[in-house]
Design a protein around this ligand. Sequence first.
Ligand SMILES: Nc1ncnc2c1ncn2[C@@H]1O[C@H](COP(=O)(O)OP(=O)(O)OP(=O)(O)O)[C@@H](O)[C@H]1O
Ligand SMILES: [Mg+2]
Length: 235
Amino acid sequence: MTSPGIAIKNSGAVVLRAQDVWKSYDDGAIAVLRGVDFEARAGETVALCGPSGCGKSTLLHLFGGLDEPDRGHVSVNNVAVNRHRNLLRLLRHEIGFVFQLHNLIPDLTLEENCMIPAVAAGTDKHVARERLHELAERTGLEHRLGHRIQKLSGGERQRTALCRALMNRPKILLADEPTGSLDEKTSATVFDLLLDVAANEGVTLLMATHDRGLAERCDRLLEMHDGRIHEPRRA
Ligand SMILES: Nc1ncnc2c1ncn2[C@@H]1O[C@H](COP(=O)(O)OP(=O)(O)OP(=O)(O)O)[C@@H](O)[C@H]1O
Ligand SMILES: [Mg+2]
């Protein structure tokens, strides 16, 4: 039976859309995405599963405007993702990205890393600091704000990456294996936080993961193979 919460999500606006998306590397020698069709609605949590190398990161990068498809259309909030025209606005305001290898700057502190996207977006520093404190409190990192990334544990780094991605209050969070480098217990803790923050802030989550247990806890679970997306179950 469909829960009322899911029914509301199913009726929300489509915020992420891929239409017949193709992507290859090395002049076509490595064909990765071969006609991907996908839609996610506002507030949904969606897990993207599939074997290593099937194209999960590639698809997330296309949605984040970090790369472009060879063919097909990718849109966010019904606006075509165009690397040249609207990329910066998209990255700064509408999308938060948690990278597979967190991509934090090791020599800078947790606070400095998280302030970068806020400063780039032109947010007042006091406002940004307040936001960071709110996120740090929610993720249990208040006591680590002044620590350099290189001194943090793997779980703390992933939580920092989550804070950084959420600094500009994006409505869409793309998370690429956000718990991939963590042990089972830490991974479950970080994922709980991720779901908690997503629900609290009304964020749409698209997450690539190898962890079936975590994937099962999302509203939808998608499988990627043979360059396309398959949906074995839909809530
Ligand atoms: N910049 C690139 N140049 C050439 N090949 C690439 C590039 N990026 C990715 N690939 C190849 O494209 C395929 C898909 O890579 P992708 O990183 O999207 O897979 P993935 O599903 O995220 O894998 P994993 O689960 O290991 O993270 C792989 O075969 C990879 O080697
Ligand atoms: Mg990947």
